[in-house]
Design a binder for this molecule. Structure first.
Ligand SMILES: Nc1ncnc2c1ncn2[C@@H]1O[C@H](COP(=O)(O)OP(=O)(O)O)[C@@H](O)[C@H]1O
Ligand SMILES: [Mg+2]
Length: 228
């Protein structure tokens, strides 16, 4: 479980991007952090991913303050896929996957290769193994980036605007695919795409101006927004 407790983050120029936010991400399931552009979603995600240190509050992973965790322990438990996917362009899909296993988990090349291929097949994208990032579509690249993160078997995976480069049909397929991956990890999805959140997540929060405006079961959050 991840608990965000009264977290605030202010940028150096004085912008209060996250302002006293609390929320709990359960051990199982898909959780959406929604809100319009500029509402503080990415800043919050960067605090949860430990790329930014909040000036106020705490974030706990299974009861432990993430600031107190060793870097390697933390990175194995919490994976992140950014809006810009950061696949290495000079490595094919299989090699991109292997790199995470070799560098972070210290696996041998042959072990990493077998494991990476196994994961690609289990995620139904085995046919992409030999392709280079430039040879896969936006939707496929998104899946590969997630597969690479899942290779480390994180407890949580954070996704920032995963549908920003996808059209509506690809988004629906992608939502379905994510739902099938729930056995591998819990997802925290940051998105301004409410139809996608509705197709994917069970629970969520809606942020506005750095604060939580609504939270709860996804259907209820969206209904309450409609009423506002
Ligand atoms: N590096 C930064 N320096 C100053 N202000 C920033 C920075 N990054 C984001 N902001 C501001 O913080 C607020 C929240 O931004 P962000 O977390 O990116 O929101 P979202 O992901 O919901 O679009 C916005 O007002 C944005 O302009
Ligand atoms: Mg953002």
């Amino acid at each position: 479980m991840i608990e965000v407790q009264n977290v605030a983050y202010t940028y150096a120029d004085g912008t209060k991007a996250v302002n006293d936010v609390s929320m709990t991400f359960p051990e199982q399931g898909i959780f959406a952090v929604m809100g319009l552009s500029g509402s503080g979603k990415t800043t919050l995600l960067n605090c949860i991913a430990r790329f930014l240190s909040p000036q106020q509050g705490a974030i706990l992973l299974d009861g432990q303050d993430i600031q107190d965790m060793k870097e390697v322990d933390f990175r194995q438990q919490v994976g992140v896929v950014f809006q810009h996917l950061n696949l290495f362009p000079h490595l094919n899909v299989l090699e991109n996957m292997m790199l995470a296993l070799e560098r972070v988990q210290g696996r041998s090349k042959s072990e990493a290769k077998a494991e990476a291929m196994d994961i690609l097949k289990r995620l139904n994208i085995g046919e992409l193994a030999a392709n280079y990032p430039a040879q896969v579509s936006g939707g496929q690249a998104q899946r590969v980036a997630i597969a690479r993160g899942l290779a480390l078997k994180p407890k949580f995976m954070l996704l920032d605007e995963p549908t920003s480069a996808l059209d509506a049909a690809t988004t629906s397929d992608f939502a379905q695919w994510l739902r099938e991956l729930q056995e591998f990890t819990s997802f925290i999805i940051v998105t301004h795409d409410l139809p996608f959140a509705e197709q994917t997540a069970d629970q969520g929060v809606f942020m506005a101006q750095g604060q939580v405006q609504e939270q709860g079961r996804l259907t209820e959050v969206l209904q309450n927004l409609d009423r506002c």
